[in-house]
Design a protein around this ligand. Sequence first.
Ligand code: MLT
Length: 302
Amino acid sequence: MVNVHCLNNIASCGLDLFTADYNTESSYEDANAVLVRSAKMHDLDLSNNLVAIARAGAGVNNIPLEKCAEAGVVVFNTPGANANAVKEQVLATMLLASRDLIGGNKWVEENKADADIAKATEKAKKAFAGREIAGKKLGVIGLGAIGQLVANAAISLGMEVYGYDPYLSVAAALNLSREVKHVIDVNDIYKECNYITVHVPALDSTKGMIGKEAFELMQDGTVVINCARDVLVDEDVIGDYLKSGRVKCYVSDFPNPKTANMEGALVFPHLGASSAEAEDNCAVMAVKQIRDFIENGNIKNS
Ligand code: MLT
């Protein structure tokens, strides 16, 4: 009997793929494998029967990678399985940062008791007028599974798209629309683009990459979108750039006391991968990886 311990939000459709030889009610201590979404695993005791951890998501910063490597525990993630959900969130927030639909809806809520609301609408139309994204420049930093989808979708929405990725694979390059302009210096993105979205992992080399130097290069009214990892943007300085108007809107998928109170920030509770489809895709991929590893010894991160 193989024991698989399942932590938060691993959809049951994934668990159904385990056969009777698997015990998915297993406790942590007995586990041969652990399936996890976002819970932090750093205190995990590896001195037991554990052979594999599968992370139902792309980032692995909640897993103690070095500790796992030393203990011979194989770590999987599910690259691409939630990419479409994150792409859709990026597009939605780019539109929300451009058209004040949230403000307009709040206005209707506040004025719904007014019998003359239809009359007042003329004023509201002016107050909440926005700008279109078609014809604007979007910079995509990081052209992995999510960055590629965002870049291609933005092209189809009529945007001019600049892409930056020093580690771009041939496969990724072939997936990208030919209309995406590749830059070899990320500063060109900061200088040129009206919208900038970041899709790189949280590493020592990427921490704070969008900081003072980057903001100084941006044009007034730039929209910065961070649905990747909070540490990528220097949140100690972005408030100043929001105040000055250099940054028109900071979209962050990471609420904390700083971003939640930041005027001009559009903050969400890490919803990027929270679609029914993405949760199912990640769960199914994670379960298949664990099963294929335990039954066949295969280590395949897809
Ligand atoms: C990811 O790394 O793919 C996301 O953080 C997934 C999630 O929100 O569960």
